[in-house]
Design a protein around this ligand. Structure first.
Ligand code: FDA
Length: 310
């Protein structure tokens, strides 16, 4: 792992830095590259423009590590309204939530209840709820949360991270549930005792997990695979491996973040692949934005250009 990635991930957890940078206009301008705006209306407008390119979306209000029960409860009410708005607009749009946003640091059972409310309502509307995965200290609890949700519902997806050594066995133990898995490389700063740190190794594990998922999809036992990556090499490998198994283009889904690899997103959708873009929006963008910078430190140049452009 490069030193700049470590610094950026450290910065993502630094409150002083967050206070310094969040109010600055140059940072706000740079953030717009990855976020259509702070309001739901901006995410709705972005969904509308993506729909015209046959790209579906996932909406997520930025925020993590909620420290008050009332805030986690309020968020459930908020997302119920988002689901209603999605229905009104007739969008193919889902929602994605971080367990710490729904209070997992405060009370596991109540967090399950909050997800249950949202997953139940989403099912009534034919929508899906994705459970994001955060740093490694949350993985056991997040998997348990997924098991609970999956026991009663089929419209819930779980994100798994290819950089963790444990993910291969987590995936195998989840397979009997016929899970819906969003496979990503992983965005946090993890220790070498538990995670691959070199891109080459993360990529190799990503592809091993891809093989497992695609084989399960081809067995048609209900497993569904979403691939959350902007890496053109991974995309090509996924397509080649799916073709080798005889899977049609709509048997699995690519997911990318808003603003990243836009051309690739458009091309995949035009070629008949299922393409879904995760739109993050809201005021609490700082840690999330720092993780985006850490994924590609070249993006810092973009931030600096905004600093000097007024
Ligand atoms: P990688 O970082 O290896 O980069 C490969 C190439 O992709 C780069 O050379 C560049 O071309 C392009 N690229 C990647 N990131 C870019 C960026 N920020 N700007 C511009 N180009 C970029 N993580 C997590 O830990 N928990 C989660 O719940 C989620 N959820 C999630 C949902 C979705 C839909 C996506 C797409 C991603 C996540 N992630 C996540 C983030 C994920 O773990 C990972 O950090 C990023 O997707 C970056 O990894 P890549 O596979 O894209 O490639």
């Amino acid at each position: 792992m490069g030193i700049s990635r470590e610094i950026l991930l450290w910065g993502s957890r630094n409150k002083w830095l967050a206070d310094q940078l969040t109010g600055r206009s140059f940072t706000r301008r740079a953030v717009q590259r990855f976020m259509p705006g702070e309001e739901l209306s901006a995410a709705i407008d972005a969904t509308e423009s993506l729909r015209q390119k046959d790209i579906s979306t996932i909406l997520t209000l930025l925020g993590e590590n909620v420290s008050e029960t009332s805030k986690a409860d309020a968020l459930v009410e908020y997302y119920l309204k988002v689901l209603d708005r999605i229905r009104e607009m007739g969008f193919d749009a889902d929602i994605s939530l971080k367990p710490t946003q729904l209070g997992i640091d405060l009370d596991f059972e109540r967090t399950c209840d909050r997800y249950e409310t949202l997953v139940t309502r989403a099912a009534e509307l034919g929508r899906m709820v994705a459970i994001d995965i955060e740093d490694s200290s949350y993985v056991d609890r997040t998997i348990e949360l997924y098991r609970r949700m999956r026991a009663g519902h089929s419209n819930v997806a779980l994100c798994l991270q290819a950089y963790l050594y444990r993910t291969a066995s987590d995936l195998v133990t989840l397979l009997p549930l016929a899970p819906i898995i969003r496979l990503v490389k992983g965005a946090y700063n993890e220790r070498p005792e538990i995670a691959y740190r070199r891109k080459k190794d993360v990529d190799a594990n990503f592809l091993r997990l891809t093989d497992t998922l695609l084989q399960e999809v081809s067995r048609d036992g209900g497993v569904r695979a979403f691939f959350g990556t902007h890496d053109p090499r991974m995309v090509n490998e996924i397509i080649a491996r799916a073709e080798a198994l005889g899977l049609p283009r709509d048997a699995y889904e690519f997911q990318m973040l808003y603003g990243i690899q836009r051309e690739l997103q458009t091309r995949l959708a035009a070629e008949g692949y299922r393409m879904r873009v995760l739109i993050s929006y809201g005021e609490s963008w700082f840690p999330w934005y720092m993780r985006r910078l850490a994924e590609r430190p070249a993006n810092i140049l973009f931030l600096l250009r905004n600093l000097f452009s007024g």
